[in-house]
Design a protein around this ligand. Structure first.
Ligand SMILES: Cc1ncc(C[n+]2csc(CCOP(=O)(O)OP(=O)(O)O)c2C)c(N)n1
Length: 930
């Protein structure tokens, strides 16, 4: 065989070795040298396949290929299942697949196998055996998908050298056994004390707790000061008790769940949540770290992006002018996943996709799949198409360690490697902790209905503590009576805590306090004109040598004079936004703004980031202007709604003094984040006492673009609006937008609430929504805007049309308006909280009113109508009838044809101004008294 005929994955390595030998025969070890002595380079004839020493060159290559296969596919032969199911294996792991026998391998030099194992092995056989003990043990190293050579080499060295896996001394062995005992006894105590009560026990993946200990302590030693831990139900109580130091007494009191222990505070809209969704934070640093666990809903994995966003916020410095500075070393996010949920829930893929994006990276998230081999009753075959539950992570270049949960040392080694890798590369890492589930899905569930064989095995399977204790006693590492004495110690500790529980009321967590009434209405948001001019000039300052795009340059020129005349309608939407943001930054409030294409703006109106026309270099004026006293960050988001809204929610609740704004491409797409809205944004206060203040900008309005680009579905926010949990506004002027943003920033600490702003599309540049500089200076946000024209003739007004948003512009710009001197058109700018006082005042100004109309462009079952109707009826009482004008009920938000849209809009206007006239053309617009 000639040298150029070699094939196989490791031929390259053998050839490299050979080249080294050719350059300097002394550079390879004697056995390898002997083998190479008979080789002939390509093109030279007469090379035998057998060396003088009797070594077949094909066997040399075969040995190298075998070594590579063990490294790549060894995990397929690893004994990962504590219940003993055999590994799938792989033919490439046997010498025969490479034309080798054990005897052949003994003839070959260990250096063919390469790496640390070769250094202490006498021959290739020994070296391969050592590799097998590493790669086919109770740990499966799954990192062949890592393409960056430096990372892959680091992982290989870590796995093979033992350098990162310090041996455990007697003291650490005892400490680990003590910890596992605590974990197990806690579950057994709850099981005995509260039989049948749901707790989603950790049993079967008990090592989760010591793994978390190792990661948290390791990361703390490496300088991290905060860990954010996200997990679902499984093992949560155990982790709360042992990792977040939630007192046993508190947990036990909550288990009793007596009515007396709850204070029903309906005035706050407080509902609370079940105990295995509750969050916590360590009261004092554990070691050097604070640990936070956000509350989470039942929706599996939904908390992932929330925790990642929290970690990002905690690691971000934003108290200075310019960009925000993120340091991933400060905060470690740790996500604990389920083996069915990880592959099944799309939010996981969306979250993993954030991991390397500049605006979203955390400096490495550590993932642990608490893999109990079942999802409720579903098996792996039912649940994922990948080979492992962790398969998805491969595509994101995340190293994976599968580890048998019954091998405590292997588990701790995996944890060690995880934080070391994160510390070294600032990248994600995944531990697939393969265990089992000792009970049913919950403790009242019967698992042998669906998994009879598996549960027969589990019934006689000892716990990890029992197995390890037995091994340690047999080896003489610990005294024989230690395991039982530890069990007794922890049982009696729990028993005495339970026996001496104080009255339950003492364990009721503090409820969120209510903001002072009227805080929003009292907020002053006007900014002196001189100040606005100063800021505007600073924002328009051109840095030396920056070439603007010619079209944008014209817009900038117009901006220069936008504040010249206080009563000119010269402030468009984008100018109002930029000035609002600049004033907020000048007040010292940092801003984070994200969304799809948010830097330019979907409708090409924002241009928060300019790009030099000749070099592409970016320029962000809001980071440059000298008056800023806080950081501005803006990022185009990936094409996601669910994860990015979750992320911004997490960022917001972690750093509530920063203004966090998320913009949807079109308002419709917010329904992709419906889980985040329902589970976190609108109910987080009632369930968990969270006080989010995230801002949503949702383009909304009927412009003939069809069912998918018309509606931000305000009805869904209104359905979720209760007590005080959000503000929903639909501004019709640039000044209103300016003031509502400034109001939100001013209320971040005093009265935080999520703010949903229905924003314009075609109206962004429409003269009807433009405002005067005076309105920015003197105004404030108005929840209702009366009809200024009609007020002069209030006595002759017999119809008040109430509407919200863009349809107002359709009404007042129509030629029907002039002829309808009896009609006032008033705008409801804030839909929630319902502006009762302001509306009452407006209606009170029109004594001759004979009917009040709610007019909307959305179908009757959408928009604000069904929310408004009972409130308006109560407000109007018996003053006059209430009338509805709008599209008829429909399952789709709007018509698909632009022509039909125009007809319907026209009919809305006609009906508004002349109720006596029957519809002249067939349309879906209804006008009816209710
Ligand atoms: C989004 C969502 N769908 C369905 C459920 C109902 N559910 C609760 S736990 C569970 C099984 C989860 O299995 P796995 O991810 O393996 O976690 P385990 O309970 O086994 O720890 C299911 C389907 C849920 N909570 N969330």
């Amino acid at each position: 065989m000639r040298l150029d005929e070699f094939t196989g994955i490791n031929a390259g390595y053998v050839l490299e070795l050979y080249e080294r030998y050719r350059q300097n025969p002394e550079s390879v070890d004697p056995q390898t040298r002997k083998a190479f002595e008979s080789w002939t380079p390509a093109g030279q004839s007469g090379s035998p396949s057998q060396s003088a020493a009797g070594i077949d060159i094909r066997k040399v290559v075969g040995a190298a290929n075998l070594a590579e296969c063990v490294r790549r596919y060894g995990h397929l032969a690893a004994q990962l299942d504590p219940l003993g199911s055999p590994p799938v294996g792989d033919p490439s792991l046997s010498p025969a697949a490479h034309g080798l026998t054990d005897a052949d391998l003994r003839q070959l030099p260990a250096s063919l196998v390469d790496g640390p194992v070769a250094e202490s092995a006498a021959n290739a056989f020994e070296a391969i055996e050592k590799l097998r003990r590493i790669y086919c043990s109770t740990t499966g190293f799954d990192y062949a998908h890592i393409f960056v050579p430096e990372e892959r080499e680091w992982l290989r060295q870590a796995a093979e050298s033992g350098r990162f896996l310090p041996p455990m001394d007697a003291h650490s062995v005892e400490a680990a056994l003590d910890r596992i005992t605590q974990v197990e006894v806690f579950e057994r105590f709850l099981h005995r004390t509260f039989p049948g009560k749901t707790r989603f026990s950790v049993e079967g993946v008990d090592m989760l707790v010591p793994i978390l200990d190792e990661i948290i302590c390791g990361a703390a030693d490496h300088g991290a000061r905060h860990a954010v831990l996200a997990m679902a139900h499984r093992g949560r109580l155990n982790v709360l008790a042992h990792v977040l130091d939630k007192p046993y007494a508190q947990i036990l009191a909550e288990f009793k769940d007596p009515v007396a222990a709850r204070s029903f505070r309906t005035d706050l809209g407080w509902m609370g949540d079940v105990k295995y969704h509750a969050g916590a934070r360590t009261a004092a640093p554990r070691g050097q770290m604070y640990i936070t666990m956000p509350p989470n809903p039942s929706h599996l994995e939904a908390v992932d992006p929330v925790a990642v966003g929290m970690a990002r916020a905690a690691g971000t410095q934003a108290g200075q002018r310019g960009p925000a500075h993120f340091d991933g070393a400060v905060t470690v996010p740790i996500l604990i996943h389920g083996d069915a949920a990880f592959p099944g829930q799309g939010i996981v893929a969306e979250t993993l996709n954030l991991s390397r994006l500049p605006g979203y990276s955390t400096g490495g998230t550590i993932h642990i799949i608490a893999n109990n081999q079942l999802g409720f009753t579903a098996t792996a075959e039912d649940s994922y198409s990948t080979s492992y539950a962790s398969g998805l992570a491969r595509g994101f270049k995340i190293p994976i360690l599968h580890v048998n949960a019954d091998d405590p040392v292997a588990c701790l080694e995996a944890a060690h490697l995880a934080w070391q890798y994160r510390a070294r590369f600032g990248l994600d890492f995944l531990i697939d902790l393969v265990g089992y589930r000792r009970h049913g899905h919950n403790e009242g569930d019967e698992p042998s209905f669906t998994q009879p064989m598996m549960y027969k095995t589990i019934a006689s399977h000892p716990t990890v503590r029992e197995l390890w204790a037995r091994t340690l006693v047999e080896k003489g590492t610990i005294p024989p009576d230690l395991p039982e004495s530890l069990v007794r110690k922890y049982f009696s500790q729990l028993e005495s805590i339970y026996a001496s529980l104080k009255p339950e009321q003492e364990y009721v967590p503090a409820l969120p306090s209510k903001a002072p009434a009227g805080a929003a209405a009292r907020t002053v948001t006007g900014v002196p004109l001189d100040r606005l001019r100063e800021l505007n000039d600073a924002l328009l300052t051109r840095p030396q040598g920056f070439t603007f795009n010619r079209k944008l340059e014209r817009g900038l020129e117009r901006r220069r004079s936008a504040l010249a005349n206080p009563s000119d309608r010269s402030i468009d939407w984008a100018t109002a936004e930029e000035l609002a943001l600049a004033t907020i930054l000048a007040d010292g409030v940092p801003i984070r703004m994200t969304g799809e294409d948010v830097e330019r703006g979907t409708f090409s109106h924002r241009h928060a980031v300019f790009h030099d026309a000749s070099t592409g270099r970016p320029l962000i004026a809001l980071q440059e202007f000298p008056q800023a006293r806080a950081a501005f960050e803006i990022h185009n988001s990936p094409l996601s709604e669910n994860a990015v809204v979750g992320f911004e929610f997490g960022y917001n609740v972690q750093e509530p003094r920063r203004l966090v704004i998320w913009e949807a491409q079109y308002g419709d797409f917010i329904n992709g984040a419906q889980v985040m809205l329902d589970q976190f944004v609108t109910s987080g206060r009632a369930k968990w006492g969270l006080t989010p203040s995230l801002v949503f900008l949702l383009p909304h309005g009927y412009e003939g673009q069809g069912p998918e680009h018309s509606s931000a579905r305000p009805e869904r926010f209104l359905a979720a609006a209760a007590d005080i949990n959000l503000r929903l506004v639909n501004c019709t002027t640039a000044a209103q937008y300016f003031h509502v943003l400034r109001r939100q920033a001013a209320l971040l600490e005093r009265d935080p609430l999520p703010l949903i702003v229905l924003t314009p599309k075609s109206l962004l540049r429409h003269p009807a929504v433009a405002s005067t500089p005076r309105e920015l200076e003197q105004g404030r946000f108005l929840s209702v805007i009366d009809d200024e024209e009609a007020r002069g003739r209030a006595g002759s007004i017999d119809r008040v049309v109430l509407c919200s948003g863009k349809v107002y512009v359709d009404l007042v710009t129509s030629d029907r308006r002039g002829a309808a001197a009896n009609v006032a058109v008033c705008r409801v700018e804030q839909l929630y909280p319902f502006p009762k006082i302001a509306l009452n005042e407006v209606l009170g100004r029109y004594p001759s009113v004979r009917d009040v109309v709610w007019l909307q462009e959305e179908p009757e079952n959408m928009g604000a109508w069904e929310f408004m109707r009972p409130l308006l009826e109560e407000l109007i009482a018996d003053r006059c009838p209430l009338r509805y004008i709008g599209r008829a009920r429909s399952s789709s938000p709007s018509e698909g044809s632009a022509a039909w849209h125009q007809l319907n809009q026209k009919m809305l206007v006609e009906q508004a101004f002349d109720l006596g006239t029957p519809a002249t053309e067939p349309s879906m617009v209804l006008s009816k008294e209710v």
